[in-house]
Design a protein around this ligand. Structure first.
Ligand SMILES: *Cc1c(COP(=O)(O)O)cnc(C)c1O
Length: 439
């Protein structure tokens, strides 16, 4: 592979599809990839329901929901209509000094479906930005309480909170490549990773004690706690016991910290609960990914009234954030439609049925050579290998079995759209088995 591929336009591609792929390869970065030695990508030409249509004619079940987002599947008529209707009115206006129905209607819904005390809403343009805004709010709150020395965040190992700098600073220091960034990242405080969800009481108690000790040691400089509740996603697909959420809450209360739940991956029913915040109340809640049903980028931070008042008491008195595309009307309109669909559509029943079928379908993989662990939570199924996955081989094997998977590290996993059928789920577990055997 040449370090400077010739522009695709100078080649003579055989077909339009090859032309697209050649230009992509020469000019477009993909997530976490090299421009000079690009990993292979597949060309998508259509998508509907739980399926993606590839340029080579294959139709495959999307096990990834486009990274947790497409909970209602693709081309959902209700979401398509909501988007088209809003586009027919206006697609965007600035949110500074102006407001609009789609933002208000979405705010109404978010306040209604989250626990009562979470009633103030900041609409951000991506998950990472929502986490940035939440962290900023935590710092401003502490300043409002005349505690400006409280600038560090407490979190746990194994987390993932996004790719911008402050988000990276609270992401797992090993998986998040902190060594590369140590000179530029804020230095946060990392507690031990919570034990796995089926850990015994003694193990959970040991973790609890270690976390409390660390918090007490750093309390004077801590502003807040930020965690992904119940399930750590991109940091390692690690479900952990609800008891740990109570530890977070108690530690926050004991030391005057704000508790931030980053439910950007876990929100909207994925873990079998609408939000983990229904179990233990955070002071700030970040949602994103599935918020728009996977149609457009949008995220939100919800806070309690106490947080809003604390921020109001800070030096500036205002939240110092305001993205150009804040509360984009198209995204808000499709998000409201997605929330309505979720609530009307027995999400709990769907997630429960997917979870059962994943658990049954994946259980036999425990006995395959190279498999270290199989775990499921809500509509998430995970197979952990005892070695790094051979991603190209596993991906190709899954595609041959009719399934789109995106393994990482030692993990082959799935979180399909809630509209996936039983037949598609069987295809999906077959695809995971094929990927595991090949990877
Ligand atoms: C994906 C994710 C983010 C970042 O969201 P983006 O929209 O990709 O910026 C933050 N936190 C968690 C838990 C996520 O899963």
């Amino acid at each position: 592979m040449s370090a400077h591929p010739a522009p695709a336009t100078s080649a003579a591609p055989a077909t339009a599809d090859e032309d697209l792929l050649a230009f992509d390869r020469a000019h477009l970065w993909h997530p976490y990839t090299s421009m000079t030695d690009p990993a292979p990508v597949r060309l998508v030409t259509g998508a509907s329901g739980a399926r993606l249509e590839l340029a080579d004619g294959r139709e495959v079940v999307d096990a990834m929901s486009s990274w947790w987002a497409a909970i209602h599947g693709y081309r959902h008529p209700v979401l398509d209509r909501a988007l088209a209707e809003q586009a027919g009115r206006f697609s965007h206006v600035m949110f500074g000094g102006l407001t609009h129905g789609p933002a208000v209607e979405l705010g109404r819904r978010l306040v209604a479906i989250t626990p009562d005390p979470l009633e103030r809403v900041f609409l951000a343009d991506s998950g990472s930005v929502a986490v940035e805004v939440a962290l900023k709010m935590v710092l401003q709150y502490q300043r409002g309480l005349a505690r400006p020395e409280r600038t560090r965040m407490l979190t746990v190992r194994g987390g993932y909170h996004g790719d911008t700098f402050d988000c990276m600073s609270v992401t797992d220091p090993v998986g998040g490549m902190h060594s590369m960034w140590s000179a530029v990242l804020p230095q946060q405080v990392f507690g031990p990773q919570p034990p796995r969800h089926d850990a015994d009481a003694a193990t959970v108690a040991g973790w609890d004690a270690a976390f409390r000790t660390l918090a007490a040691r750093h309390a004077h400089e801590l502003a807040g706690i930020v965690v992904e509740p119940l399930l750590q996603g991109a940091g390692g697909m690690h479900p952990y016991p609800p008891a740990c959420l109570r530890t977070f809450r108690e530690v926050a209360d004991e030391h005057g910290l704000l508790l931030v739940f980053d439910e950007i991956a876990t929100g909207f029913g994925r873990t079998g609960r609408l939000f983990a915040a229904d179990l233990v109340l955070p002071d700030l809640l970040c949602v994103g990914k599935a918020l728009t049903g996977g149609y457009l980028t949008l995220a939100a931070v919800l806070t309690t009234d106490a947080v809003a008042h604390g921020i109001a008491g800070s030096d500036s008195g205002v939240v110092m954030h305001g993205p150009t595309f804040m509360a984009n009307p198209l995204a808000c309109a499709v998000a409201s439609a997605s929330v309505d669909l979720l609530i009307a559509d027995d999400w709990a029943g769907r997630v429960g049925r997917i979870g059962d079928r994943l658990a049954t379908g994946l259980a036999p993989l425990r006995d395959l050579p190279g498999v270290r662990d199989v775990r499921t939570l809500g509509a998430v199924g995970v197979v952990q290998l005892d070695h790094p996955v051979d991603v190209p081989a596993a991906t190709e094997a899954a595609l041959d079995a009719g399934v789109w998977l995106r393994p990482f590290r030692d993990l082959v996993y799935a979180m399909p759209p809630y509209v996936v059928s039983e037949t598609e789920l069987d295809l999906l577990t077959g695809g995971i088995a094929a990927a595991v055997r090949a990877g």
